[in-house]
Ligand binder design. Sequence first.
Ligand code: COA
Length: 152
Amino acid sequence: MTDVALRRAAPGDLDAIVALEAVGFAEGAWSAASVGGALADPHGLSLVAIGEDGVLGVILGQVLFERAELLRVTVPPTLRRAGLGRRLLRSFAEACAAAGAEALWLEVRESNTAARGLYETEGFELSYRRRGYYGGGEDALLYVRALGAPPG
Ligand SMILES: CC(C)(COP(=O)(O)OP(=O)(O)OC[C@H]1O[C@@H](n2cnc3c(N)ncnc32)[C@H](O)[C@@H]1OP(=O)(O)O)[C@@H](O)C(=O)NCCC(=O)NCCS
């Protein structure tokens, strides 16, 4: 994927990110209020990938002192498996480290094989399992990666 630039997300990206959520998640897309909350968070750290047609991908997160958290990463179905999710995650991890975080945490549905594949190939390790966390009884998996260390 060429001519895609990454930059910090801004309040003006709200509508585009909400639209991405709607196409990116089969269920549980975040509302404008949730996305707006992440963008307005004084501890928030979020990136968008920008191409000719506007926002192509997004990663929403937060840095609280030594701990960073990835809240959402979304690439639309038509652009998947071209490396954009990995690029967003790497830049996000670098930005979190630059902001002083020492570890990056995230939580994912056990059935989300695409996201787990991305995280596991970027050096995240399974930390623990929240049994029955999601509706329907699905487990949440919590992953963590030290920042500053190269993936793998
Ligand atoms: C998870 C997601 C962001 C990945 O984005 P992407 O741009 O397709 O990811 P990449 O192309 O960078 O893939 C990186 C690696 O992740 C893994 N991966 C990606 N999609 C995969 C899939 N469908 N099955 C298994 N592994 C997958 C692979 O290891 C892949 O490397 P490879 O293509 O060299 O084999 C995307 O699938 C998505 O938006 N899903 C819906 C939203 C979501 O569930 N987000 C995560 C929870 S917040």
